[in-house]
Design a protein around this ligand. Structure first.
Ligand SMILES: [Zn+2]
Length: 351
């Protein structure tokens, strides 16, 4: 049961008592000039017992929307009275964050190195410490991510939806899309699920950018989850999103040739197989190649770079899963036109 924090609660040798809020700087070694590197963690332990939830962000050092989600969450009055314990880690990959890069100085991807090794590579040691000191001491987890460099993600939860507890957590977050994606080797999600701890991953926006609407979805989502697992109680229960697009698979539509990429569809749009998603033009505009959807679904990711090489990933499309009980009430609207004015060619995000 959710009672990990009913006992003595200790992180990195520091005990957090009931009713205490503590900031702990977990030692992560040093950089070349011997300057210490620490991972700051905030632990909020309520007076009342309840579950332990970790919220982590920036496992990929350039994915920063989660940092702002956490900053706003911490200002929320709802956290004044919680049941259980909240462990908040705004920046897991402190090395990559300070370098504005996804990776660590040993060029490894932290999210492929879990559960890590005590005496492994730099990345593996960080993964190990995170697992031992945070993830394994929690009953639930939410990991915050952002789209890759020059790629914008529609707000989406990725979770192992074949596990009912994880699926419930995913639905309660209230993002417009849930992707029942497979567990990736070495990911935090894989290691945490092997330890039987439900964890969901939230993705929104683009690397090295803040996205206002997406940040709001994230803050609300975390509060919704906390309500669901009974860490907080609102006088008026929060309304949850009724329509969630649930997909079991997704795939990228790639550029058929190199050139200037003009998207014709907005993020979040429902498309049918064969619909035109965008076009690749030459710089004069007199040679254009249409990019078509190879399957029906919802656009959950889009390349923000108006240039594409043949084979570059341009549109990420999630396929609707008809076997999940939440109804899909969307509407497919055709608004394609090849001679739209220039200023409407670049779709605005709206969710
Ligand atoms: Zn990421």
């Amino acid at each position: 049961m959710n009672k990990k924090s009913d006992q003595k609660f200790i992180i990195d040798g520091v005990e957090i008592k009931r009713g205490e809020t503590t900031r702990i700087n977990i030692d992560m070694g040093s950089i070349y000039d011997f300057t210490d590197v620490k991972m700051p963690v905030e632990v909020i332990r309520g007076k009342e017992d309840g579950p332990t939830l970790f919220i982590s962000s920036t496992i990929h050092g350039d994915e920063i929307n989660g940092i702002e989600i956490i900053r706003r969450l911490l200002a929320s009055r709802a956290l004044k009275k919680i049941h259980g314990t909240l462990i908040i880690i705004p920046i897991v990959n402190i090395f990559g964050f300070n370098d504005r890069t996804r990776y660590l100085p040993d060029r490894r991807d932290l999210n492929r190195c879990f559960p890590g090794l005590k005496n492994g590579s730099l990345t593996s040691q960080l993964a190990y410490k995170f697992m031992q000191e945070i993830a394994l001491k929690s009953d639930f987890g939410i990991d915050l991510h952002t789209g890759a460099f020059h790629r914008f993600n529609y707000p989406q939860i990725r979770a192992n939806i074949s596990d009912p507890r994880t699926f419930d957590l995913a639905k309660s977050f209230g993002a417009p899309v849930i992707i029942g994606s497979n567990l990736r080797d070495g990911s935090l999600r894989e290691s945490v699920s092997q330890a039987n701890i439900p964890m969901i991953l939230f993705e929104v926006g683009e690397a090295l950018r803040f996205d206002e609407a997406g940040i709001e979805v994230g803050v609300n989502g975390i509060l919704n989850v906390m309500q669901e697992i009974k860490m907080i109680k609102f006088a008026k229960p929060r309304k949850l999103r009724k329509e969630i697009f649930i997909a079991r698979s997704s795939s990228w539509v790639r550029a058929p040739r190199s050139g200037v990429h003009i998207p014709k569809q907005k993020l979040g749009k429902l498309v049918k197989k064969g619909d035109v998603l965008g076009e690749i033009s030459n710089p004069f505009g007199d040679h254009r190649t249409l990019i078509k959807a190879q399957q029906s679904g919802k656009i959950i990711g889009i390349s923000m770079l108006p240039l594409a090489n043949k084979g570059d990933a341009l549109f990420h499309i999630a396929s609707h899963d008809p076997y999940i009980e939440i109804p899909f009430n969307g509407q497919i609207i055709e608004d394609l036109s090849n001679n739209d004015p220039v200023n409407s060619r670049y779709p605005k995000h709206d969710f």
